[in-house]
Design a binder for this molecule. Structure first.
Ligand SMILES: N#Cc1ccc(Nc2nc(N)cc(-n3ccc(CO)n3)n2)cc1
Length: 288
């Protein structure tokens, strides 16, 4: 399943906020190898005590991540249980969650397209292994590189890591799943079970977040209005960039089997040329 880490081998540093039903802390993991001690930078994700009964699902997410490895999948070192605390020990990803980063920083269209392509490749990797993540969203995309715009060119190209899926839908209950509209695929909302095509829908929503500067889609709708959004087969407001808006609407089709394969998503992204106003403005050749 996964590696059990002794609580005394963990170092706790500052709190970094929270995920869903979790608190996250910066920390260290001490490894003793032939007499030497080595400390690894880690992210400690602690399950909220009131969601203690979801610990199986919490650890299922940890073992999900530990059993597959891919360059764009977050590394989970293991878990630690201490008194009533359930802790997931993850690699520390330098620039944190993409949703916050996008709100704080302005990035180029090609930077965003780079992130979209990396996520599409990760989706393809999972699809070929017939694995469903079930919680793809900008908050679960972590930025390992490219978070510092002033750094050298190779440094400021982004590199993402998809985080763990967290507690499963089945454990969350209808109210919380409603709040995951518009990331949760409509068929999942009905059956509360994940199908192969549901990650495509969430991929579409995540593209919308990335190309809307981290804006939260349907932020002002309450759960009832969100339910109505699906009942009426509504779509998110479309982006100016028509070719990208087209890909998003292909991924966010209510009929799951009509959503594109991850290979065709990759082909579509590779066929996109960033609109030249982006290049012209960037080069300063167009008078402001
Ligand atoms: N300021 C700042 C800052 C915050 C966090 C990191 N690093 C990190 N590493 C991970 N492995 C996971 C996460 N997460 C953040 C939200 C979630 C919810 O899922 N995870 N953040 C780096 C800088």
């Amino acid at each position: 399943q996964f590696h059990m880490i002794k609580h005394e081998d963990l170092i706790w540093k500052e709190s970094l906020g929270q995920g869903s039903f979790t608190q996250i802390y910066r920390g260290g993991k001490v490894d003793r190898q032939d007499g030497e001690t080595h400390t690894t930078d880690v992210l400690l994700k602690v399950l909220d005590v009131e969601h203690k009964n979801s610990w199986e699902s919490f650890f299922e997410a940890a073992s999900f991540m530990s059993q597959i490895s891919h360059t764009h999948l977050l590394m989970v070192y293991g878990v630690s249980v201490h008194k009533s605390k359930n802790i997931m020990v993850q690699e520390f990803v330098k620039y944190g969650a993409l949703d916050l980063y996008l709100k704080r920083s302005s990035v180029s269209l090609s930077w965003k397209l780079d992130v979209a392509k990396q996520l599409a490749c990760t989706l393809n990797f999972l699809e070929e292994k017939n694995i469903v993540h079930g919680n793809i969203c900008a908050k679960n995309l972590l930025l390992a590189r490219g978070g510092d715009p002033n750094s050298e060119n190779s440094e400021n190209s982004p590199f993402i890591k998809l985080s763990d899926p967290g507690i499963s839908m089945a454990m969350l209950g209808k109210e919380v799943v409603l709040d995951r509209i518009p990331w949760v695929a409509p068929e999942v909302l009905e059956k509360l079970e994940l199908g192969q095509q549901c990650d495509k829908w969430s991929f579409g929503t995540t593209l919308w977040e990335i190309f809307n500067g981290g804006e939260i889609p349907l932020q002002r709708l309450d759960p009832k209005q969100k339910q109505r959004f699906y009942d009426q087969r509504s779509q998110l407001p479309c982006l100016e960039w028509a070719e990208l808006a087209d890909l998003i609407s292909q991924c966010m089709q209510y009929q799951a089997e009509l959503r594109p394969s991850s290979r065709s998503i990759i082909r579509h992204l590779n066929g996109l040329i960033t609109p030249d106003y982006e290049v012209l403005h960037a080069s300063g050749s167009v008078p402001e």
